[in-house]
Design a protein. Structure first.
Length: 173
């Protein structure tokens, strides 16, 4: 069931929705979901925030670390090949590594950041729209199945909620 759904969703998103605007926009959205983009934001929060708010950047850095190690561990556990390695007719618009696919690290990073940042600054819809676009971009680019980004989103939200709880209980936020 899941394989059938994943195969149909990736073909629909990657091939049926293909258009020149998405071909430019989706690689940009994907880059905004990398650890580097969130790392830069975290460092800016640490440097530019008032003393009592600097821990927001530290929590984001902790989130990046947790996402990196948890998704790496889960990728090895699931050992799922990337879709472009299993489906010959996909359009591949990203130079993804040939490591495993499940879960999406980009989606986990974006959803962790959206969870923390919406807690810090409000604007839930904007932060989660950003995270959803990052996740969508990974499927559009042909480097993840929809279930990869769904599991990545779940991992990211869980890590974000745990860190938000730590921040609140420590009076950090």
């Amino acid at each position: 069931m899941m394989t059938w759904l994943d195969d149909n969703l990736i073909h629909f998103i990657n091939r049926t929705l293909a258009n020149p605007v998405f071909d430019v926009l989706m690689p940009v959205m994907s880059r905004l979901g990398t650890g580097w983009a969130i790392f830069i934001l975290a460092v800016l929060l640490i440097i530019l925030s008032r003393r009592e708010k600097k821990m927001r950047g530290v929590l984001l850095l902790a989130g990046l670390t947790a996402v990196y190690y948890s998704t790496d561990l889960l990728k090895d556990f699931f050992a799922r090949p990337r879709p472009f390695m299993a489906i010959p007719d996909l359009r591949v618009l990203d130079s993804a590594s040939r490591n495993f696919s499940m879960p999406s690290g980009h989606a986990a990073t974006a959803f962790m950041a959206a969870t923390l940042l919406s807690g810090f600054f409000g604007r839930y819809a904007a932060w989660f729209a950003y995270a959803c676009l990052v996740a969508f971009s990974r499927v559009y680019l042909g480097v993840h199945y929809a279930s990869d980004v769904a599991i990545g989103a779940l991992v990211g939200v869980m890590i974000g909620l745990i860190l938000a709880w730590i921040g609140r209980s420590s009076h950090i936020s």
